[in-house]
Design a protein around this ligand. Sequence first.
Ligand SMILES: *Cc1c(COP(=O)(O)O)cnc(C)c1O
Length: 513
Amino acid sequence: MVSESQVYRSTRCAEAQSKSFEDAVIQGLASDGGLFVPSAIPDVSKDTLFNKWSKLSFQELAYEIMRLYIDGSEIPDADLKSLIERSYSTFRAEDVTPLVKNVTGKDENLHVLELFHGPTYAFKDVALQFVGNLFEYFLQRINKNLPTEKRKTLTVVGATSGDTGSAAIYGLRGKKDVSVFILYPTGRISPIQEEQMTTVEDENVQTLSVAGTFDNCQDIVKAIFGDKDFNSRHNVGAVNSINWARILAQMTYYFYSYFRATDGKEGKVKFVVPSGNFGDILAGYFAKKMGLPVEKLVIATNENDILDRFLKSGTYERSANVLSTHSPAMDILISSNFERLLWYLARENLADKDDLKAGAIVNQWFVELKTEGKFVVDKSIIDGALKDFSSERVSNEETIQTIKEIYDISENPKKYVLDPHTAVGVCATKRLIKSDNDKDIQYISLSTAHPAKFADAVNQALNGFEGYSFEKDVLPAELKKLSTLHKKIRLVEKADVTLVKNAIEEELAKMQL
Ligand SMILES: *Cc1c(COP(=O)(O)O)cnc(C)c1O
């Protein structure tokens, strides 16, 4: 029998409707605008956690976790294992996501969880390497017995301000029956970001450099998604951070790093997570609810601080403008995945814990957010959130200061260089270590990107240090080499939907999927 944790509902749905894992992944967003959530979170016993799971490899652990959320009739055991193996074979670290304990040599409880050993040097690889394989797997199955002209193909279209497009491209490169088009604003992304995206030779990948801003690119993508005719011809899909499979894939490193930090035993652990769209830390929430005894999940925001304000005030309010910070992947107005947490909080707050009533409440909140730019929740909801979460806001100045400080105090020869996103988390962690003043707590600070990807902020922080060299100390050879490779870019001379649609259709015709 399919268990409740393998059945998915929309966070805004007030009617009895459920979806399979495959539907939730392929569809991405629910038709009522909500996000898919498993209607139950599976329980994992302490015995299983500390006598079995603590001894597993990253891949074995990923399998045990995913198996709980995907019914065996949808993906048989052997297939799921093979999907996981292939997804993490592209990582440079044997551990996939290694935990660097006592990162400075001076703070015994401060550990950095390096999530950036995938192909694009960013944490999004952990999820997108898996999602790409999953898309291919489902499409291959649908197409197995169909004649060529009836095959279902998926055209993934996305916009990037620079740092996240490459993870989508590397997740989907070379996959059968899938093509990927990533729009970015011409001249407004860093050379390394452009090189990462445009040097991928696979036939099914095309970057579109659009003369305009990131907002223009995003508007074009939205218009394409809303274009029924274009959609029915090309089956347009997304791989953005609301896809359930991404959250699922990210759960593994919470369990895995916990066991590394505590030597496989139960202990006091806090996770500190640099947050934007709330996808990363939400995976930690599932891990905690499944039974991993985590003290707190700490949301670290930059100056785009809607989550920090919400936890302190109970008002979820969109700012007028997004601020441009040193941690651009966290520059958001609203945190799309936060809606999932709100659904669980709303349900927990109801006497009868009813799924559908929770959906109606969340729907009402998001109607208010749309019409009034904000909504206010009861104190009981915030109290519920504070059982699992706390939050810290970190300024631009503190971000740079933290990169400096960690470099300065970490012991030679291992001078540790933080990327600015990671620095937001480490700054928050340092604050907590001070205020908690409890030597028994292990702090796992999530590192979401390799510092080479954000040269400007890193150099601003470190150029003053004698002997520091970005080329020598930070830039990996593999990224350095990219500048010598051939670039495959199609320029779109105006930020115009029709021009972009034409470009996609022309390139699709050449791809012959
Ligand atoms: C996407 C991203 C984040 C934020 O993660 P969310 O899941 O959106 O909270 C943080 N750092 C980097 C480098 C990222 O790419």
